[in-house]
Write a protein that binds this ligand. Structure first.
Ligand SMILES: [Fe+2]
Length: 124
């Protein structure tokens, strides 16, 4: 059973889904998709855990405290800012800095990011 806001991946292709409602787990390439659990892959915490910094009118999210590589074969695909019942996503490309700026009035936020090799990470 999938729950709203969970992230799923296909073990055969590179499809990633975010559930926008509760429901049955999706299938891809003939198999049930696997739920990703944040911060569970063996990789550098310093290069993957998002760091949130308050800015004028919003937040800057950096991946991570040591900048993550942004190469064709290994890069941050997206950075998501969560603020209660709202979310904002910045999709990234190789060659960009692993930084996203978000405008919001929210006082409490958290962030998640997805590395194409090392999976899903979130702020603690
Ligand atoms: Fe990575």
């Amino acid at each position: 059973m999938a729950k709203k806001r969970e992230i799923y991946s296909c073990s055969k292709c590179e499809m990633i889904l975010e559930a926008l409602t509760d429901g049955n787990t999706a299938e891809c390439c003939g198999n049930e998709m696997q739920m990703l659990v944040e911060n569970t892959k063996e990789a550098s915490l310093e290069k993957h855990v998002p760091v949130i910094e308050k800015t004028d009118g919003g937040y800057k999210v950096m991946v991570g405290s040591i900048p993550h590589p942004m190469e064709e074969a290994h890069y941050i695909q997206w950075i998501e800012l969560n603020e209660g019942d709202k979310a904002q996503i910045k999709f990234m490309s190789p060659g960009q800095e692993p930084i996203a700026e978000f405008k919001t009035e929210a006082s409490e936020v958290s962030a998640r990011e997805y590395c194409n090799l090392h999976g899903l990470w979130k702020t603690n």
